[in-house]
Design a protein around this ligand. Structure first.
Ligand code: GTP
Ligand code: SPV
Ligand code: MN
Length: 594
């Protein structure tokens, strides 16, 4: 036992009494213990050691074939009153949730070991950090949590005899998808992950705690827990300005957070610093500004599409101390995924462990295959990334994957309109969650699967936090994913997104004009710098000023179609929808119909 904290001891004992593990092991955070666990997991085949010369301290894990992504349909917010979970979450009563826990987890760790992981979201001991205890029967979870969060004895020392911690329990059971449950009980600060062994279902610090539970805490305590990257833009004079961005899962947060500016900007002295790539906890301070902290310590990033050109910083982050899940392992013990390079390995197995022939058109890596990499590995990690005070935000950007409708970038009129812009976000679904891919759905603030309470109340909280602040960030919306009729990306994306960030920061400083349109302020096409931009939409079709102009249009017919979807969504939220946002919708509709 690593602590005298009676609440922690009771929680561990109760969990052990329920799950009946053969033994209980406390994770102290030492390298020796983690190494011992790696050896055990290697012996059972749970992880595979990769080429230690080329990828030191890197490992590989294959998840169960039916267990490869978050399961939104099996994720529950458990409140006494279903109203508090709201119409966008699956609801279960806390009593039923505890019944599920007792029935499904009861005795489930017989013959296994239960690991007790004390972890801190945010630097250990900083006033805005929060502590969780996750119990799990998976070494894979222990090893991932040790990268994604700060774990071990120092966390328990910091907790002292305080009972204020998040109570987490994870049991793999037999990975039965029919009995898979991801349960949050906000009133008790309880998280239960059952019958899964993958990612966001059970790396509880991430979505379960830092978003679902923390959004509830933030609502009570007056702050925001958001699905956002945080980056700093350093300009040639050495000034760094910070931007947070909410894009749905697999829609470009990691990539934007680690962006390398185009050469012409680098030559001038511009640079991007990464503070976080997935989650931001945001507080308003006395100066009336929003300060954002990244509560995580690692990146659980999408592998496919990551390469030396699209995201060299992410790639560099994965060269040491990284766990790869569901990618392809090459003969030499290094890794491969679609989009890494154009040379798929032959004679090896796919992510399922089956012999794989790239020539047959099937994928080698799962589309939601991931790397778990320590943030400190990132070449552009911000010197401020562990600053407990956070970084002050100049702008917030919302964005999604829309082949049409949403222009490359636009700015909201003011805070209220900005909250409206976030509330009407929509995006095509991705492989990050189970279910159909490519279907447009509303995903307000990229929080649809992660808001731990009623979405209408969440909007009201956003309105309140911003209206109470003297200097809130300016709010923008971006869309890197416009397609032409043949399905080619019209905008180069990746590093060239810097050109849009530059416009955004100029708008924050009042240094550039804009066209007022029905949906907000759009750039004049000549104000997006195209110097050195060398992109082919497809062969023989270079990106031109006209291409740019074409993705800076407001097309009323598409927007009016979209508005029908927004009405439906707002209706679904129902009575908790703030009047201010209903008014914004009516006003936009009127402008578009004119
Ligand atoms: P989560 O970790 O699921 O929350 O995702 P994320 O928002 O961090 O997404 P990520 O940056 O990992 O990007 C997901 C996919 O989108 C990858 O395959 C990227 O290659 C692709 N992507 C990212 N940025 C761009 C872009 O600017 N343009 C295009 N076309 N694709 C992009
Ligand atoms: C996401 O799906 O938004 C992720 C990956 O960042 S997971 O940790 O699985 O939630
Ligand atoms: Mn995410």
């Amino acid at each position: 036992m690593l602590t005298k904290n009676q609440a922690v001891i009771d929680f561990v004992n109760e969990s052990a009494a329920l799950c009946c593990p053969d033994q209980v092991v406390w994770i102290d955070g030492s390298e020796e213990q983690l190494e011992q666990l790696r050896q055990e997991a290697i012996a059972t085949g749970e992880i595979i050691k990769l080429n230690q010369e080329k990828l030191p301290n890197c490992y590989y894990h294959r998840s169960d074939v039916n267990d490869v992504a978050r399961v939104e349909a099996r994720t529950f917010i458990c409140t006494d009153d279903p109203y508090d979970a709201g119409p966008t979450n699956n609801w279960m009563s806390p009593e039923d949730a505890y019944k599920v826990r007792d029935e499904v987890l009861g005795g489930s760790m017989k013959g296994r070991t239960m690991y007790v992981i004390p972890y801190s979201m945010g630097p250990v001991g900083s006033p805005f950090s929060k502590i969780g205890i996750e119990m799990t029967d998976s070494i894979y979870v222990v090893l991932n949590m040790a990268i994604m969060t700060r774990v071990g004895k120092e966390v328990l020392d910091c907790l002292g005899d305080d009972a204020d911690f998040i109570h987490g329990l994870h049991g793999k059971c037999d990975l039965d998808p029919e009995k898979r449950y991801i349960i949050q009980i906000p009133k008790d600060n309880v998280i239960l992950s059952i019958n899964s062994g993958y990612g966001g279902n059970l790396l509880q610090g991430k979505k379960c705690f830092a978003l679902r539970i923390a959004s509830c805490l933030g609502r009570e305590e007056g702050w925001l827990a958001e699905h956002m990257l945080i980056l700093g833009v350093e300009s040639p004079d050495g000034q760094v300005r910070y931007i947070a961005g909410a894009f749905p899962s697999a829609c470009g947060k990691t990539n934007l957070a680690m962006l390398i500016p185009p050469e012409i900007y680098r030559d001038k002295g511009y640079k991007i610093w990464t503070v976080g790539d997935d989650i931001a906890w945001i507080r308003v301070k006395e100066d009336g500004r929003f300060y954002a902290v990244n509560p995580e310590a690692g990146f659980f990033g999408v592998a496919p599409g990551t390469n030396a050109k699209s995201n060299p910083n992410a790639l560099a982050s994965t060269q040491e101390g990284t766990i790869f899940t569901n990618v392809v392992v090459k003969e030499d013990g290094t890794v491969w995924w679609e989009g890494l390079d154009k040379n798929p390995p032959t004679g090896v197995c796919n992510w399922k462990g089956e012999p794989w022939d790239p020539a047959d058109g099937s994928k080698g890596a799962h589309p939601n295959s991931r790397f778990t990499a320590p943030a400190r590995n990132c070449p552009c990690i911000s010197p401020e990334w562990e600053n407990p005070e956070g970084v002050p935000l100049s702008a917030i950007i919302f964005g999604g994957r829309r082949r049409k409708t949403a222009p490359l970038v636009y700015q909201s009129r003011d805070w209220q309109h900005g909250v409206f812009v976030g509330s009407i976000m929509a995006s095509e679904t991705t492989a990050a969650a189970t279910g159909a891919v490519g279907v447009v759905r509303r995903d307000p603030m990229a929080m649809l699967p992660f808001c731990g309470y009623n979405m209408g109340d969440y909007f009201a909280h956003w309105l309140k936090v911003g209206k109470g602040a003297a200097n809130p960030p300016k709010i923008f919306n971006v869309n890197w994913f416009r397609l032409d009729d043949e399905g080619h990306f019209l905008w180069p994306g990746f590093g060239d997104n810097f050109r849009v960030l530059e416009w955004i920061l100029k708008r924050c400083e009042g240094e550039v004009g804009a066209r007022e349109t029905e949906i907000g302020f759009l750039p004049y096409a000549e104000d997006i710098d195209m110097e050195g931009l060398n992109y082919q939409v497809c062969e023989g079709q270079p990106f031109t000023r006209d291409t740019l102009a074409s993705i800076l249009q407001v097309e009323p017919e598409y927007w009016l179609e979209d508005i029908a979807g927004i009405h439906q969504f707002y209706d679904k939220i129902g009575a908790s929808m703030p009047q201010e946002l209903l008014d914004e919708l009516a006003a936009m509709e009127e402008r578009l119909k004119k």
